[in-house]
Design a protein around this ligand. Sequence first.
Ligand code: SAH
Length: 359
Amino acid sequence: MNNIIEKALHVAGALTHDKIVTLLSLEDTKELFQAAYQLKCRYIGKKVSLRGLIEMGNVCSKDCFYCGIRKSNSNVKRYRLSEEDVIRMAKWCFEHDYGSVVLQSGEIESETNTEYVEHILRGIREFGGDTFGVTLCLGEQTEEVFRRWLEAGAHRYLLRIESSDPSIYAKIHPANHLYTRRVECLRILKRLGYQTGSGVMIGLPGQTLDDLAYDIEFFREMDLDMIGMGPYLPHADTPLGANIAMTPEYTNRQLQLGLKMIAVTRLYLHDVNIAATTALQALDDTGREQGIQAGANVIMPNVTDVEYRRSYQLYPNKPCLDENAAKCRNCLNWRMLSIGEKIIWGERGDSPHYFKKRK
Ligand code: SAH
């Protein structure tokens, strides 16, 4: 085991498919996590970047079988924040030195929505200039729309492939949600010059370690700058999640698998940004801290006004439902210090990989 990890520490892309599977199957993860954390420190330092997450709205045209805000879920109260509200929340992040925001919502393709996002981006640019980071996570769009948003001030885009295996993808989505379109969108985003991120859900029903290893290889083939992935959490109001019980064994397995995916992705890709996602925290109160210690370097605290948070539950057990942004800021600071990490205040926290490619 030592040899595999040792080699991976020296050279990115050094792991074979079988070695990736071996690492993902480890029971004793101590060495693996230590090595991944060492790499994270080499490329980023003992610091984490923040992205204030703004959940702009839960109206969605898609019907993904796993997602709590899927179109057919009638138990959800739908909302969309006003442009002013989104800009106010982003400004709060700017003034509190978060360095960047992520604007996320359900997937809508319409001129009204495109303009809504454009107005928000221009509003943010007025106070944020070029030094404040703006990531979009707004689903599949046409090249034209991606370009307009880039021109209005966005510079990073996160679009998870959900699973890089077309047959798994087909099982967890209705037939009109096309895997090929999602991949094509990622290609367009990269071509336009966005720092491009993707990721998968980990521990989906029927997904094997072999599949997850291919996911990690997909990240490298696609030459991604950022990885945002997290454990799958069964939501009772969805076709995929209705019959899965969140037993303590299940919860622990999902958490461990999520952490191993972070660690092996770090060992294989080296210099990308990797998020310790909120789904980890939904499984364990210290899930994000554990994610950092397994090689992640980004956290995305929710800064949406508390009154909307219950309506944006992609999965159950969403943490911090009642904790406002100011409380969260203190809590995070303390949590990072507790593991010997510092928050990088006031910087965009760009992916080192993106700039290396451009040198
Ligand atoms: N519609 C936007 C935003 C998606 S929400 C887009 O496609 O980019 C962000 C992510 O939440 C999704 O990409 C998905 O991977 C994740 N997600 C949704 N339901 C989930 C669940 N039940 N468990 C874990 N993650 C989930």
